[in-house]
Design a protein around this ligand. Structure first.
Ligand SMILES: [Zn+2]
Ligand SMILES: [Zn+2]
Length: 437
């Protein structure tokens, strides 16, 4: 048996082509949905979200699929899943924590779209069907779906978030979802995995993060300074991830602080504690959560006005209790607003940064408070993404969930002769990868 015969044998077994079709999430951040198929498998859908911009953006309608794998419970990855179940009766697959968080996320999306008058192509009944359609899988547990051998892996980012490994004979695809390779307050970082095709998010295609522990230290010092002058720090925070990180950072650095925690994040925290295996240190998180003073109603809210710190939604000052607090606290210049996340175009937080004004109950209002920004992102930065891609040793790298303006430069950062083919897909077009190439 000569080498030629052997090569021929390999060729017959190998899967020469893989089809990706991005319904959304190519050359944009969020709005993710992508079908994948190869010879001998059915088409499978990964994520089905929307982009919570103003107005929101939605992915194209999904073709028929039996199954969708959901990386995590952020709205840009999960927001349109009720439509998928309503239209195609698809089964949804994720970790148990993502399944448990989904109902609260969908109900909030429904509520926000009704308040803001944005169209949504699914209704409340679809939420119930979607909740019934979950099949859950722990990290590291293998399962078979539509001809694929699937395994979910730790993605960092937020507790319960997964990278998805899809295998078909000698082909391995790794879909990162949203990843962070660094450890963060509540979850460990993602580890690279050897694969043939790496489909990687690149939210931070253009930028490195400040050192996380330095930023945490700076946040605590700023809060202490505001307390010492008799003020309250309002920290608007995303409900799913950032708020919990801040509670833990404050508790572990200065338990003498009087910290009140309001909004949807408190309910999400309880669901985290019901799924402790997805937290890096569940008992430490629980201690921090019990230490914070949870706001449960109107009278608690008035008490919180005397706090050192109020951690609350929405993270981009687009509504939620944050606006109520800001309206009460904006007249005393001892108070301050500490922003800890990305502020999208046309969000309240963006308007505040650019003009010093933001809408409060519909009225543009000047805010004369100290404003500071902290980089506590749960996405890998540029350097980490490059290292992760190299460490996975793929033959093909597909970049998605990335700003349109930054992705081409990012692709060039792998040099003149990158060690893999780099593909930047477009929404609504087939991306065909020849795995023999
Ligand atoms: Zn995302
Ligand atoms: Zn996310």
């Amino acid at each position: 048996m000569g080498p030629r015969f052997h090569e021929l044998g390999v060729q017959q077994r190998s899967m020469p082509k893989v089809w990706f079709h991005f319904l959304g999430g190519a050359r944009e951040v969020g709005n993710v949905g992508c079908t994948i198929e190869t010879h001998g498998t059915n088409r499978i859908l990964i994520d089905y979200g929307l982009a919570a911009s103003r107005p929101p953006r939605y992915p194209s309608p999904s073709p028929h699929v039996n199954n969708a794998i959901i990386t995590h419970a952020h709205i840009d990855h999960i927001g349109m899943a009720p439509w998928l179940v309503g239209h195609h009766n698809a089964k949804l697959h994720a970790t148990p924590l993502v399944a448990d968080l989904s109902g609260i996320m969908w109900r909030d999306t429904y509520k926000v779209s009704s308040i803001e008058g944005y169209p949504l192509t699914w209704d409340k009944r679809d939420i119930d069907d979607a909740l019934d359609s979950w099949q859950t899988h722990d990290h590291g547990e293998a399962f078979e779906l539509d001809g694929w051998d699937c395994t979910l892996h730790l993605a960092g980012h937020v507790p319960g978030a997964s990278m998805i490994e899809l295998r078909k004979e000698d082909l391995t695809i790794l879909w990162t979802g949203d990843i962070d390779t660094r450890n963060s307050p509540n979850v460990l970082g993602a580890k690279p995995l050897k694969c043939d095709i790496l489909v990687m998010e690149a939210t931070y295609a253009a930028r490195d993060h400040n050192d996380r522990s330095e930023e945490e230290k700076r946040l605590v010092e700023r809060v202490q300074e505001i307390r010492s002058r008799g003020g309250t720090a309002i920290i608007p925070s995303f409900a799913s991830g950032r708020g919990q990180d801040i509670i833990k950072i404050l508790y572990e650095n200065d338990p003498s602080l009087n910290v009140h925690y309001d909004g949807m994040g408190t309910r999400i925290s309880q669901i985290w504690m019901d799924n402790p295996s997805y937290l890096s240190d569940p008992s430490a998180f629980e201690r921090a959560y019990r230490w914070s003073k949870r706001v449960r109603g109107k009278s608690d809210r008035f008490k919180a006005l005397e706090a050192d710190v109020i951690v609350t939604t929405s993270g981009m000052l687009d509504g939620g209790p944050a606006i109520w607090y800001l309206n009460r606290l904006r007249h005393d210049s001892a108070n301050a607003i500490l922003l800890t996340g990305y502020q999208a175009d046309r969000s309240g937080g963006r308007s505040l940064l650019d003009t010093g004004m933001l809408p409060i109950f519909g009225k543009m209002t000047k805010i004369d408070l100290e404003i500071d920004k902290f980089d506590l992102s749960n996405h890998a930065g540029k350097t980490e993404l490059i290292q992760f891609a190299l460490d996975c040793k793929p033959k093909h790298l597909v970049l998605f969930h990335t700003p349109d303006d930054d992705v081409d430069d990012f692709a060039r950062s792998f040099g003149e002769a990158p060690p893999f083919q780099i593909i930047i897909p477009q929404n609504g077009r087939d991306t065909v990868i020849d795995t023999d190439a």
